[in-house]
Design a protein around this ligand. Sequence first.
Ligand code: IPE
Ligand code: IPE
Ligand code: MG
Length: 264
Amino acid sequence: MSRSLATTTTVQGNRPSRCLLPAGLDPARLPAHVAVIMDGNGRWANQRKLPRVMGHREGVEALKRTLQLCSDWGIGALTAYAFSTENWSRPGEEVSFLMALFERVLARELQALEQEQVRIRFLGDLEQLPEGLQQLIADATARTAANTGIHFNVCTNYGGRRELVRAAQLLAQQVARGELDPADIDEAAFAANLHTSGECDPDLLIRTSGEQRISNFLLWQLAYAELHITDVLWPDFDEVALTAALLDYQNRQRRFGGVESGLT
Ligand code: IPE
Ligand code: IPE
Ligand code: MG
């Protein structure tokens, strides 16, 4: 991926080592879809006696690193929680900083995303976002829609409950128009009306900064995700931390309500 997306490049001889899957990881058993709750930016800044927003700025670098690694390692989709429907309750200055940051980063990185075949989508209630950001999002989504690389979903003004309510409304409208029989509303029909429509459910959810909660993220889609909670603060999330999460995932027995294979 281009230099503007890649912030750290370690070189062994002439080859960037970041394309290699770390030892111990089984390439055949990587998650197809990784979701991440990027938490701990404020604490990272506090620890350094910096304003909270500096943590958000550094958090962008961690997201770029994570996208780069997931793309390099052949993970199909990365879904990142950037701003929740509840985050509007933060001080106005912090919210304004975040909106401006999203705009600046998207404008700066779009060309690299395009070149690297990343397909970017923004999931959430986008109409509440600043006009300029909405336009950039529409442009970035359209320009990368046919890309064949990693699916990069950025949850912005996203809330799991709001997404579920919206799906119910969309289904009700289809019924009211006579396009859908209520008896045909099944799990697939419901999932098709979520923001994540067309994407497989996350196999692995990573939450940084040690908080052991979902915070209204992907309530439907995480039904059978494996959870990895790390004390690492999001701005410090790096190749070592991602590798640890993937190793943890590969050590799990996914049963989906069944019984452990090999046990009777
Ligand atoms: C996550 O970091 C970023 C957003 C929610 C936008 P926080 O800002 O929540 O950081 P902490 O939890 O206060 O450390
Ligand atoms: C979750 O983090 C939202 C994002 C990472 C965007 P929060 O910091 O908002 O979550 P709570 O308030 O600790 O649950
Ligand atoms: Mg937080």
